[in-house]
Write a protein that binds this ligand. Structure first.
Ligand code: TYM
Length: 329
């Protein structure tokens, strides 16, 4: 049986990108694998949340995981900072991670450009902590969106390096996973790029109907096709991509035909898209609200998950310490 692991940073609520890029696969995978799904609260510290924000975000993501259908009896659902073995493995992996290779990762280079006043060491070693998350359970498959491809490549590199260095075959090489298909990139509503928490271009699972309508109606479009079968520009393609995630195929086809024949009215398309997103999000939102208010349930789930995760993590760390040479006299 494969061991599957994935996580989401606790820097806010889950959006449609998180859901269709990652969580949807978590739900499918928990039926047949040994699954670990966690909330990456250490990772969120690179952005300096206040203690209240940190706590509330962890709680929200946990409620959102549960509301989408993750089952604490099938998967280990836990909070990263509850597992003390992760930072220890992170320390050990850091010894074999080179500053040069970390500086060359795209996400680090992006941060250096976008937040030059806060280039902390946590950002530099972000992929090492992620590798520790993955390797602590000796995971085989990691369901993630397209943006995490490079981080997964780093995790494989650290796993291979450890095996090579100590002449063992201990860590499997973790593979990014999306049910045999390519990894997904869910676009945002601002015309280009991916839906993201920091970009402010996203629709959240907790958004109410009015908010969803407002956001979708404001989505970037263009002046419309001028000749039949013309190429679809990126902002419009993005709307079609979102539509293909939440709407019936016949609805997508209908608007594609209208586009091809230059009869499309973006207002109508957006109205339809908004209604289909609402239909998808509403039952999840209602569950989030219900679960978010049940503190005892959230505490029980986190405790159960931490217990399961600790069991596997302590076994790995014991082996790793032994392999490295931390041995009893
Ligand atoms: P995070 O919190 O940014 O995103 C969580 C998951 O959602 C996916 N995702 C998307 N997929 C498609 N389209 C989008 N627009 C989109 N936006 C987000 C991400 O690919 C990811 O799978 N570093 C990670 C969290 C993490 C982790 C790990 C993941 C920490 N340790 C170990 C896997 C394994 C992150 O910041 O994801």
């Amino acid at each position: 049986m494969d061991t599957v692991l994935s996580g989401i940073r606790s820097t806010g609520n889950l959006h449609l990108g998180n859901y269709f890029g990652a969580v949807k696969n978590f739900i499918k995978m928990q039926e047949e694998n040994n699954c670990y799904f966690f909330i990456a609260d250490y990772h969120s510290l690179t952005t300096y949340p206040t203690p209240e924000d940190l706590h509330n975000s962890v709680k929200s993501v946990l409620a959102e995981y549960l509301a989408t259908g993750l089952d604490p009896n099938k998967s280990a659902i836990y909070v990263q900072s509850d597992i003390r073995e992760i930072p220890e493995l992170y320390l050990l992996l850091n010894m074999n991670a080179y500053v040069g290779e970390l500086e060359r990762t795209t996400s680090f280079k992006d941060k250096v450009r976008t937040q030059p006043n806060n280039v902390n060491a946590g950002l530099l070693t972000y992929p090492v902590l992620m590798a520790a998350d993955i390797l602590i359970h000796r995971s085989h498959k990691v369901p993630v969106g397209k943006d995490q491809e490079q981080n997964l490549e780093m995790a494989r590199k650290f796993a291979k390096r450890f095996n090579h260095m100590y002449k063992v075959d201990y860590f499997p090489e973790p593979q990014p996973y999306n049910f045999g298909e390519d990894l997904v990139k869910v676009p945002g509503l601002d015309g280009s790029g991916k839906m993201g928490k920091t970009a402010g271009n996203g629709i959240y699972l907790i958004d109410d109907d009015k908010t969803i309508r407002k956001k979708v109606m404001r989505a970037v479009t263009d002046s419309g096709p001028t000749k039949p079968d013309s190429e679809v520009a990126e902002p419009i393609q993005n709307l079609f991509t979102l539509m293909s995630l939440v709407s019936e195929t016949s609805t997508v086809d209908f608007f594609k035909e209208k586009y091809a024949s230059c009869e499309i009215r973006y207002g109508d398309m957006k109205k339809q898209l908004a209604e289909d997103i609402i239909k998808f999000v509403t039952p999840i939102r209602e569950k989030i609200i219900e679960i978010r208010n049940n503190n005892k349930y959230l505490r029980d789930v986190a405790e159960l998950g931490a217990e399961k995760a600790r069991q596997s993590a302590s076994k790995t760390l014991k082996d790793v310490r032994e392999i490295i040479g931390f041995r009893k006299f």
